[in-house]
Design a protein around this ligand. Structure first.
Ligand SMILES: Nc1nc2c(ncn2[C@@H]2O[C@H](COP(=O)(O)OP(=O)(O)O)[C@@H](O)[C@H]2O)c(=O)[nH]1
Ligand SMILES: [Mg+2]
Length: 245
């Protein structure tokens, strides 16, 4: 539960995002209305990303030599001092102008996590295969964990620092984002969404390996069900929501 903002730590993983990172961090620096720190976690990019981040003078740069999206986010969160953490990609695809809305919704709903969903984007910028894979993963996750999310793969989220400290996340790769949702569902934490738009990548390449990541994500979802606590909490959540309707 998060009822006030002391400091927001924005954690951005980067691997060769030289053409994207400056726009992302300067927009956040300009738009964010809450006290903040911007933490960029880079895995030794070779395209000048590190120099660009250093030159801004308003970002904290952390070098995490071990590769992996999950590794980078976990390292960044360890360094985060804020009571709210916002995670977002450094690739310019998320609408970072919406960052205040994530925090506002968190306070409004007393939420433990707010996800920016790209599924109501009228421009439909997400590629068809990514959209399909995301829908399949999200439907499976919602069904088994009794949630009502529309975009489980969104990497633009506000998270209560207190809540994330209570869970143990192990995934080092792209499955990290799903593992976080599983752990939050298991703890009975409150997760809500806000709509956002999405932009195609203009510089560099995605590090996502769809087939490999898909298998990792689905096995994370099914492994999570082996915990007795998951079934209990999610069944309780399902019952509570059924009675409300
Ligand atoms: N530090 C770090 N960042 C990474 C690594 N892999 C991906 N990222 C960053 O994580 C974010 C998401 O990766 P991206 O390639 O955009 O995946 P997609 O959004 O699924 O297409 C981007 O900002 C990447 O630069 C990594 O090994 N280390
Ligand atoms: Mg991306």
């Amino acid at each position: 539960m998060t009822s006030k903002v002391d400091l927001v730590s924005i954690v951005i993983p980067t691997l060769n995002e030289a053409g994207n990172i400056l726009e992302a961090v300067t927009t956040i620096q300009k738009e964010m209305i809450y006290p903040k720190e911007i933490i960029v976690v880079d895995s030794n990019s070779t395209d000048g990303t590190i120099e660009i981040v250093k030159d801004t003078n308003f970002c904290r740069l952390i070098i995490e030599p071990k590769r992996g999206y999950g590794v980078a986010l976990r390292t960044g969160m360890k360094h985060a001092k804020g009571n709210i953490i916002v995670m977002v990609d450094g690739d310019g695809t998320y609408e970072v102008r919406h960052i205040n809305r994530l925090v506002e919704r968190m306070l409004e709903k007393d939420a433990d996590m707010v996800l920016a969903t790209r599924m109501y984007d009228p421009k439909k910028a997400m590629g068809f295969l990514n959209f399909l894979g995301n829908k399949l993963i999200t439907f499976t996750y919602d069904f088994f964990y009794s949630q009502f999310l529309s975009d489980s793969q969104s990497g633009f989220r506000a998270i209560s620092h207190e809540a994330i400290d209570k869970v143990q996340l192990k995934a080092g790769d792209m499955a990290y984002a799903t593992e976080m949702l599983i752990e939050f569902a298991r703890e009975g934490f409150n997760m809500v969404e806000i709509p956002t738009t999405y932009k195609p990548r203009i510089y560099g390449k995605t590090k996502l390996k769809p087939f490999k990541s898909g298998i990792e994500i689905f096995s994370t979802i099914f492994r999570g069900l082996l915990h007795a606590n998951t079934v209990r909490t999610c069944y309780g959540h399902w019952k509570k929501n059924r009675l409300k309707r």
